[in-house]
Design a protein around this ligand. Structure first.
Ligand code: ZN
Length: 261
């Protein structure tokens, strides 16, 4: 698997709450959640600490146990990260730092994926691409693994989001509940079928959710011009959108990863 990516903060002096680790056989993308101003998270660490630790723990498990189910890897990664600050921080606090977690792995037979939270994975499979040497156009199909429950919460107040976090009524996220891994979207596709894939945080998925691009267009743009191009696309769209059109920050941290098989 050939991997290229961009991972950068919304604006230069701010820390980047997105995180990526890639090898030739797996990609991990994390998007840490910034605690609202004035909210006590019970944690002495910042979000970049959390995503770095979670990323390291997930990568360690993937390297040590390359055949482990990704749900088990994610559950173990959350638990190990909790263990790293159980002595200093209150992990019972409902506003404990959190992160989305998505992983894509090339196994011996399959490409495996897992998505927890509102980051996304798009996988293209060529249908009949290898079946015939004829010049007939080969079809492709996209698998889109994307959990957009955070876009449909019944309550976006600080207390409301806190109450809805890691519940079936709200959304599931990597934080202080290892069993959140069991709520992730998971799947496997025969490796010979997979042609291209992309992983992205919600800083990029807004191209689809807000600005009318298709998942295939985003994948094609990354393939033709590199991940940097979709970052430029999203910044252009954000600047062209009237202020106040959407809830939350104008710019978000962005991670765009392109994989070719
Ligand atoms: Zn902590």
């Amino acid at each position: 698997m050939e991997v290229s990516y961009v991972c950068q903060a919304a604006s230069a002096p701010r820390p980047n709450d997105d995180f990526v680790i890639a090898t030739e056989s797996f990609v991990i993308v994390l998007d840490g959640a910034t605690a609202p101003v004035g909210v006590d998270s019970g944690c002495v660490h910042d979000v970049p600490w959390l995503v770095a630790r979670l990323g390291m723990n997930l990568a360690g498990l993937l390297l040590r146990e390359p055949r482990a189910a990704l749900v088990d890897v994610l559950r173990g990664g959350i638990a190990a990260t909790m263990g790293e600050h159980a002595d200093t921080c209150d992990l019972e606090n409902p506003d404990s730092p959190s992160s989305t977690a998505v992983m894509l792995r090339c196994g011996a037979q399959t490409v495996d994926y897992i998505v927890l939270g509102d980051s996304a994975i798009v996988i293209e499979r060529g249908v009949g691409a290898s079946a015939s040497a004829s010049a007939s156009a080969s079809a492709t199909e996209l698998t889109v693994a994307h959990d957009n429950r955070t876009a449909h919460l019944p309550d976006y107040s600080v207390g409301g989001v806190s109450r809805l976090r890691n519940t079936d009524e709200g959304f599931w996220i990597a934080s202080n509940r290892p069993e959140a891994a069991d709520k992730a979207i998971v799947g496997s596709i025969p490796i010979g079928d997979v042609t291209r894939a992309a992983l992205m945080t919600d800083g990029i998925t807004r191209l689809v959710e807000r600005y009318g691009r298709t998942w295939l267009e985003v994948l094609e743009r990354m393939d033709k011009y590199g991940p940097r191009e979709v970052v430029a696309d999203v910044r252009g769209e954000e600047l062209a959108t009237p202020p106040g059109t959407y809830r939350g920050k104008v710019h978000d941290d962005v991670t765009a990863v392109f994989c070719r098989f």
